[in-house]
Design a protein around this ligand. Structure first.
Ligand code: CUA
Length: 155
């Protein structure tokens, strides 16, 4: 009967969709390294300024083509608020905060919510020299709209 056939098709399709989603979850953990925040990412939000590496925010070269950018995001500024990195380098932003802020670089995939008590890490490679802004895109109070920093990508 026709109805049986449709039912069978929908059952198979549902099983395939479930299998694909389950595989996506497994791959995101095993291949992409996506995981829930752990104790290793934790930081006391009241002691950010005295906890390494956030006691010395700035840009640090970690390899021939790799940089760490250590940022403290507080209401309503990023420290440092202007940095330079070379084009083509792997740049890892490590950010800690006082209250919830955002970290977004327009026209790039960099888009993270910054949560108190956790160190947020985002890695990005700027292909072309130029100027970028990092903006806070989580409402964080009366100075929210003034909260940004600049990234100069050098050639
Ligand atoms: Cu910080 Cu909005």
């Amino acid at each position: 009967m026709q109805i049986d056939r449709y039912e069978r098709i929908f059952l198979y399709a549902s099983s395939v969709i479930l299998a694909v989603f389950f595989a996506a979850v497994i791959l995101s953990v095993t291949e992409a390294g996506i995981h829930l925040p752990t104790k290793e990412d934790a930081i006391n939000p009241n002691e950010v300024r005295s906890t390494a590496p956030f006691d010395q925010p700035g840009v640090f070269q970690t390899g021939p083509e790799a940089f760490d950018v250590v940022i403290v995001a507080e209401a309503w500024a990023y420290t440092p608020n202007a940095i330079q990195v070379p084009a083509g380098a792997e740049v890892t932003f490590k950010v800690s905060v006082d209250v919830i802020h955002g970290l977004m670089i327009p026209n790039t995939p960099v888009n993270a919510m910054l949560i108190p008590g956790h160190v947020t890490e985002v890695t990005y490679e700027f292909d072309e020299p130029g100027e970028h802004n990092i903006v806070c895109h989580e409402f964080c109070g009366i100075g929210h709209h003034t909260m940004f920093m600049t990234v100069e990508v050098t050639g």
